[in-house]
Design a protein around this ligand. Structure first.
Ligand code: ZN
Length: 480
C-alpha cells in the first residue's frame, strides 16, 4: 500500500518547499518534486491526497499530558481512548504521558499501572515519563530499569508537599543518577512549602474563590524554584527541563542559564500564551441579569485553575519572545481536564480543593498557529516547537518529529484557510467546558496520518482501528 500526498508545501523545522511525499508501510519513503511524478516509473499510488495550497507538517508531539490522572480525590476526565482521539483531531499524533511512582511503591508498579491504562486504548503512539515521589536507593536503582524500557525522562516536583514534593537532596541525587544513565530530569519548579502557607492563610481569611489559586502561587515562587532547579542541575553537571513555564521571571532564570551555556530547557503551554489571571476571576460581580449570585459568577473561574496558575497578560509577550529566541524550546499542553460538574465542583467554597488542570491536547496547534499568522513565530518555528524539538529532547528523533525519508509517516495536512470555531460541540475532549468556547481559529487539519494511516479527515475519524492502534514508544536516551 503506497500513499502519495501531492503538491503540498512541506514544512520542517528548517525548510519549506513544495514536494510530493511518498508513504509505504507506515514510513516516509520518498520526497520528490511534483514535476518528477510522471518520470518516476512504478511510483503509482494506491491512495492519493491532494495537498495543493496546504502545508504538510510533522504530526504534533505533545510531551506533557495526564490521561486518567488521579488528582485531589478524582481522576482526569479523558482516558487514553478519548484523550488520544481528541489529540488526533487536533493534529497531534504522539503524546508523552506521566506514569507515577507512588510513595512506598516501585517504579515498575507505576509503569505497569500506566501501561494498563494505555494498552488497548490509545489511538495514537505514546510514551511515558516517570514521576518520582522519592529518590531513595531503591528508586535510584530502578531508574536504570526504566531507561531500559524506553522511559528515559523523569519528573520531580518542588510543589505539592505531602504528595509529590521531593527535597533538594533527593532531586540532586536523581539528577546525578540521570546523568549516569543518559536520562533527562524534568522539573515542576514552584516552591510549594511557602505556597501552602499562603493557601492556608487565604482560606482562614475566608478567601475561597478560584482567583485565590493564582494569588497564593506568586510568580516569585516559580522564578525561585526555576533558579534552584538550574543550580542543582549545574552542580550535578546534567541537563534539566522545566515543565510548564508560565512567567517572565522564571523565563529570565532560564535565559541567564542558557546564556552561561548550560543545557537548560523549558516548555510553556497554550494556556500561558492565551489565557490570563483574569480568567480565574470568573465573571465580574454585580452585572448578572440571570439572577446569579456574585459567588456563582466568581466560581466560573474554576475552569481555569491549573498549576502554575495563569498570569497577568503582560507575561504573554515575554513567553512569545522566549519561543522566538529559542529560550523556550517546546509548547506542550499539560492536558489534564476535569469537568465543571462533579469534578471542579469539589472545590466549591475552597479553591485549594479544585482539581488542578485544563483541557488542551486537541487545541494546541489551532491556537499556536495564531502565532504564525500574527508574525510572532515563523512557520518553521511552529513545526519545531510542536514536533521536532520535543522529539529530539525526549529521544524520539528522527523516527518522530520531521518530514524525512525513513521517519514514521505521522503527517498533518494543515489547511491555512480551514477555520474552525472552538467549543464543546466541535471538540472531542471528554470535558463539559472549553476555556476557548466560541473562539474561531483561522486554520485546522484537513488530513491527519499516523504511521501512514489516514485517521482523521475533515474532522471525522476515518481510521480502521481506533482504540489500541497506538503503540508504546521506547524512547532513546538524551542526545542533544
Ligand atoms: Zn503536568
Amino acid at each position: 500500500m503506497r500513499t502519495l500526498i501531492k503538491d503540498g508545501t512541506v514544512v520542517t523545522a528548517s525548510d519549506t518547499y513544495v514536494a510530493d511525499v511518498w508513504i509505504e508501510d507506515g514510513k516516509i519513503v520518498g520526497l520528490t518534486h511534483p514535476a518528477q511524478r510522471g518520470a518516476l516509473g512504478g511510483t503509482a499510488a494506491d491512495h492519493t491526497i491532494d495537498a495543493t495550497g496546504q502545508y504538510v507538517i510533522p504530526g504534533g508531539i505533545d510531551c506533557h499530558t495526564h490521561m486518567e490522572l488521579p488528582f485531589g480525590g478524582t481522576t482526569a476526565s479523558d482516558d487514553f481512548d478519548t484523550g488520544t482521539v481528541a489529540a488526533a483531531h487536533g493534529g497531534t499524533t504522539t503524546i508523552v504521558d506521566f506514569a507515577i511512582q507512588s510513595k512506598g511503591s516501585s517504579m515498575r508498579a507505576g509503569l505497569d499501572a500506566w501501561f494498563a491504562k494505555a494498552e488497548g486504548k490509545a489511538a495514537i503512539d505514546y510514551g511515558f515519563h516517570m514521576i518520582m515521589t522519592e529518590a531513595n536507593p531503591t528508586a535510584l536503582a530502578d531508574m536504570a530499569a526504566m531507561v531500559r524500557e524506553g522511559v528515559t525522562s523523569f519528573k520531580m516536583f518542588m510543589a505539592y508537599p505531602g504528595v509529590f514534593l521531593v527535597d533538594d537532596q533527593q532531586i540532586f541525587r536523581a539528577m546525578q543518577r540521570a546523568g549516569e544513565l543518559g536520562a533527562l530530569i524534568t522539573m515542576h519548579a514552584e516552591i510549594g512549602l511557602p505556597i501552602d502557607v499562603l493557601v492556608q492563610q487565604a482560606l482562614a481569611a475566608g478567601r475561597t474563590a478560584p482567583i485565590y489559586h493564582a494569588l497564593t502561587r506568586p510568580e516569585v515562587a516559580e522564578a525561585t524554584g526555576t533558579e534552584r532547579a538550574i543550580a542543582l542541575a549545574e552542580m550535578a553537571g546534567v541537563p534539566v527541563y522545566m515543565v510548564h513555564l508560565s512567567a517572565q521571571r522564571a523565563l529570565e532564570r532560564v535565559m541567564e542559564a542558557r546564556d552561561r551555556g548550560l543545557p537548560t530547557y523549558a516548555e510553556t503551554c497554550p494556556q500561558y500564551l492565551f489565557c490570563t489571571e483574569d480568567d480565574l476571576r470568573g465573571e465580574p460581580p454585580g452585572q448578572g441579569n440571570g439572577g446569579e449570585s456574585d459567588e456563582e459568577r466568581a466560581w466560573k473561574g474554576a475552569g481555569y485553575v491549573c498549576t502554575p496558575p495563569l498570569r497577568p497578560r503582560h507575561h504573554h509577550d515575554h513567553l512569545w519572545r522566549g519561543l522566538r529566541n529559542y529560550d523556550l524550546q517546546v509548547v506542550a499542553t499539560d492536558h489534564c481536564p476535569f469537568c465543571m460538574k462533579d469534578q471542579k465542583a469539589l472545590g466549591r467554597g475552597d479553591f485549594s480543593k479544585i482539581p488542578n488542570g485544563m483541557p488542551g491536547v486537541e487545541t494546541r496547534l489551532h491556537l499556536l498557529w495564531e502565532g504564525v499568522t500574527q508574525g510572532k513565530i515563523s512557520i518553521n518555528r511552529f513545526v519545531e516547537i510542536t514536533a521536532t524539538a520535543p522529539a529530539k529532547l525526549f529521544g524520539m528523533y528522527p523516527r518522530k518529529g520531521s518530514i524525512a525519508v525513513g521517519s514514521d509517516a505521522d503527517i498533518v495536512v494543515w489547511d491555512p484557510t480551514r477555520s474552525k470555531r472552538l467549543g464543546t460541540d466541535t471538540l472531542h475532549m471528554r470535558v463539559d467546558y472549553s476555556p476557548f468556547e466560541g473562539r474561531t481559529v483561522p486554520a485546522s487539519p484537513s488530513h491527519v496520518l499516523a504511521r501512514g494511516e489516514l485517521i482523521v479527515h475533515n474532522d471525522q475519524w476515518v481510521g480502521k482501528a481506533k482504540q489500541g492502534r497506538g503503540q508504546f514508544i521506547r524512547r532513546g536516551t538524551f542526545a542533544l
